[in-house]
Design a protein around this ligand. Structure first.
Ligand SMILES: Nc1ncnc2c1ncn2[C@@H]1O[C@H](COP(=O)(O)OP(=O)(O)OP(=O)(O)O)[C@@H](O)[C@H]1O
Ligand SMILES: [Mg+2]
Length: 258
């Protein structure tokens, strides 16, 4: 697949947050956050409800604004760079219905590329390819209203992939999915070569798909390391109201009984 706008960009770090704080009105949510995500890393962002995970993702494509410094592929997020930032960061919301509104799925997936000024024929070809990659070949002319929740989740990812972002930010990609659709998303993530940020309470999925994980707690990064270190550390996870992934809980159970 030939990409358009961002193919010549060179950078080492895909995301850089330097001392970033954010408040809704006067309610502080992110507090002096530092986070560097190198190009092509897949990073899980975990933490209890209300920790600030979704807020953090939403800051990355400029939907939410802060005066503090956030760099995306070396571009500082500001008014001047608004357009390029939107094309660099593909944000997939938790609720797929926030991203699906056209009469057919193909229209939904073509919407982004057409908006970027890509000629219709090329946008169509690219969108068909993306639907094939995500496992929705044959769904092109279906309406998202008549898709299952799991299919809509995959479709929402497709609407972002068709814009060929450098960075994919996924908010709770496996929530409310059955085993089949959850596995489809895990497999797709494992094959990703882009930078991926994933927020989730599904720590087993994070373990299977990410290189690195951070724990966000009350708007601060309180742990940062390889998934194999953080997600096996029961004491650390408990300290921040989290539990070890089920895979490790089962292992402990078997060992205790043997
Ligand atoms: N639009 C908003 N206006 C005001 N407060 C908000 C808004 N969105 C989120 N908040 C508050 O900001 C805090 C962080 O919310 P956020 O959605 O980022 O948490 P989260 O870590 O994604 O939680 P969850 O695991 O439940 O998805 C919460 O206390 C929430 O109530
Ligand atoms: Mg959230």
């Amino acid at each position: 697949m030939k990409y358009y706008s961002t193919e010549k960009i060179n950078y080492v770090n895909a995301v850089e947050l330097i001392d970033v704080s954010f408040a809704y009105d006067s309610n502080p949510v992110l507090n002096h956050l530092h986070l560097i995500v190198p190009n092509r890393q897949r990073i899980g962002i975990i933490g209890p409800n209300g920790a600030g995970k979704s807020t953090l993702l939403t800051l990355l494509n400029g939907v939410l604004r802060t005066e503090d410094e956030i760099k995306i592929c070396n571009y500082i997020i500001n008014r001047k760079n608004k357009k390029i930032i939107k094309s660099l960061v593909g944000l997939v919301f938790q609720n797929p219905d926030d991203q699906l509104f056209s009469p057919t799925l193909l229209d939904d997936v073509m919407f982004g590329p057409l908006n970027m000024g890509i000629p219709p024929q090329q946008a169509k070809q690219r969108s068909r390819e993306v639907l094939r990659t995500i496992g929705l070949e044959g769904f092109e002319h279906r309406s998202s209203i008549h898709l299952s929740f799991g299919e809509r989740k995959l479709a929402a990812i497709a609407t972002v992939l068709s814009m060929t972002p450098e960075i994919i930010a996924l908010d709770e990609p496996t929530s409310n999915l059955d085993a089949l659709h959850r596995r489809k998303i895990i497999k797709w993530l494992q094959n990703q070569e882009k930078t991926v940020l994933i927020t989730s309470h599904d720590l087993d999925m994070i373990y299977e798909t990410c290189h690195r994980v951070i724990i966000l707690y009350k708007g601060q990064v309180v742990a940062d390391g390889q998934v194999s270190d953080i997600l096996t550390n029961g004491a650390l996870l408990e300290q921040y109201d989290l539990e070890r992934p089920l895979a490790f809980q089962q292992t402990r159970h078997i060992n205790q009984n043997s």
